[in-house]
Design a protein around this ligand. Structure first.
Ligand SMILES: [Zn+2]
Length: 437
């Protein structure tokens, strides 16, 4: 402690020296890679470009063009048989929580707290984060259900290179009214909810919760405008206090909101995205468009519904029930787009579908295509739009000079055959190759 205190002024001095006076990295320490892309998806324009080269220096993209020379000492990755896209983004994950469809939300939530426990949850989360990277999802915004900051610990282990996995923008515990999302807890055990959620009591406490979360490593804030399946909700004043404090601390706010009234209140308070929005009315959609609040439609596609039913042990849904569920989601998405609401991509994948989590999460993109978005619009939602929502525009979700080198390659052209996004053949995150072609 004493030695560290004595050295502190020297460390500060070292950090403030101009680059030329610092020890230089040995020449050639920064790896240089030239990637040859058969096709390249331009996420900003939504167009497919033919035959491009991408020069990667260290963790970032240095140049994109045609006929780029191979710099001396550079390695070449030949993806000329594939379509290259920016690494995909999932704006709504729960890496430290996985629910067995045959059990209830409360039982599963309590089990993860008291029987699985935080160290094991984080280890399980690490495996799931890797499955996202395998699937070509290079960044996720993880929105709670990770105990007390297990998501932050996982973010750090991935960021320092200890583990392979998607880059995480963590929220820490979601800010919720009493009870969190565990319905039916008896009074003596209501405190369990406070181990999974940050229970908020009044506007001043709401602001304090944001200060706590960001101080402890959160990079986004999650609020529960209503905490379905429990019946409580946060007030506009509480959420406004959250938004004001979060903006002071440089974090954006995502609101879980399912009922129309909960959505309206969250928008009024100034949140940046509405998660789920199942019961949104047209007038509320117009309010969202006016306030530039994005919708993250966490919908299941038909493949996921059938798997869910099969694993829940219940009688499978009838074709009429499946088409009813799908019709609801499609109708909401169509109305949202007609109202001019920005659509961002997020899976909310926390169900054990019996397949790798990253692959299961990608099914949400098929739900958007089923609902009438074009493949290009869906890919833009999962790249540039999500990057903006995460406050990382220009850093992720684009293949251009200065951005982080998050690149994936798929077999086929996803604009012509969207199923191509399931055929991931190459993954690079931050300039490091995770999956060889
Ligand atoms: Zn969720």
């Amino acid at each position: 402690m004493t030695l560290r205190s004595a050295l502190a002024p020297l460390l500060v001095l070292a950090l403030s020296l101009p680059t030329s006076l610092r020890a230089q990295a040995p020449a050639g320490a920064e790896p240089v890679t030239l990637v040859r892309a058969g096709r390249l998806f331009d996420s900003e324009s939504g167009r497919m470009l033919e035959g491009r080269e991408i020069l990667v220096r260290g963790s970032r993209i240095a140049e994109v063009g045609t006929g780029l020379a191979v710099p001396e000492g550079a390695s070449v990755v030949d993806l000329s048989a594939y379509t290259v896209l920016p690494g995909l983004i999932d704006a709504h994950t729960h890496l430290l929580y996985l629910e067995d469809p045959s059990a209830g939300l409360t039982l599963e939530g309590v089990r993860s707290l008291v029987a699985e426990g935080l160290p094991l949850r984080a280890l399980h989360g690490a495996a799931r984060a890797r499955s996202f990277l395998d699937a070509g999802i290079t960044t996720v915004r993880d929105l709670g259900n990770s105990g007390l900051f297990g998501d932050v610990a996982l973010m750090k282990a991935i960021a320092d290179g200890s583990l392979p996995g998607a880059r995480i923008v963590p929220s820490g515990p979601g800010l919720s009214p009493v009870g969190g999302q565990f319905p039916g807890l008896v009074p003596a055990h209501l405190g369990l909810a406070a181990e999974e959620y940050r229970i908020v009591r009044g506007p001043a406490d709401a602001a304090e919760a944001v200060r706590e979360n960001v101080t402890l490593g959160a990079r986004a804030i999650k609020v529960y405008s209503n905490n379905t399946p429990n019946p409580a909700s946060l007030s506009v004043e509480e959420m406004r206090a959250v938004v004001e404090e979060a903006s002071r601390m440089g974090a954006r706010v995502a609101a879980h909101a399912t009922s129309d009234a909960a959505i309206w209140r969250a928008v009024e308070a100034g949140v940046h995205s509405i998660e789920h929005g199942y019961q949104v009315a047209d007038s509320t959609l117009r309010f969202m468009a006016e306030r530039d609040v994005a919708l993250v439609p966490t919908d299941l596609d038909s493949v996921s519904i059938i798997r869910y039913a099969a694993r829940s042990g219940q009688a499978g849904p009838t074709p009429a029930q499946i088409s009813g569920y799908l019709a609801n989601g499609r109708d909401r998405l169509r109305r949202a787009r007609a109202a001019g609401v920005t659509i961002a991509a997020g899976s909310d994948n926390y169900i054990d579908f019996g397949m790798p989590q990253g692959e299961a999460a990608k099914r949400v993109l098929f739900a958007y295509v089923d609902a009438g978005m074009t493949p290009a619009e869906v890919l833009q939602a999962a790249t540039v739009t999500d990057a903006h929502l995460l406050g990382m525009e220009g850093q992720i979700g684009v293949v251009k000079a200065g951005a982080l080198a998050d690149l994936i390659a798929v077999e086929g052209d996803p604009l012509a055959d969207f199923g191509a996004i399931e055929r991931v053949r190459f993954v690079m995150k931050g300039g490091r190759v995770h999956r060889e072609p």
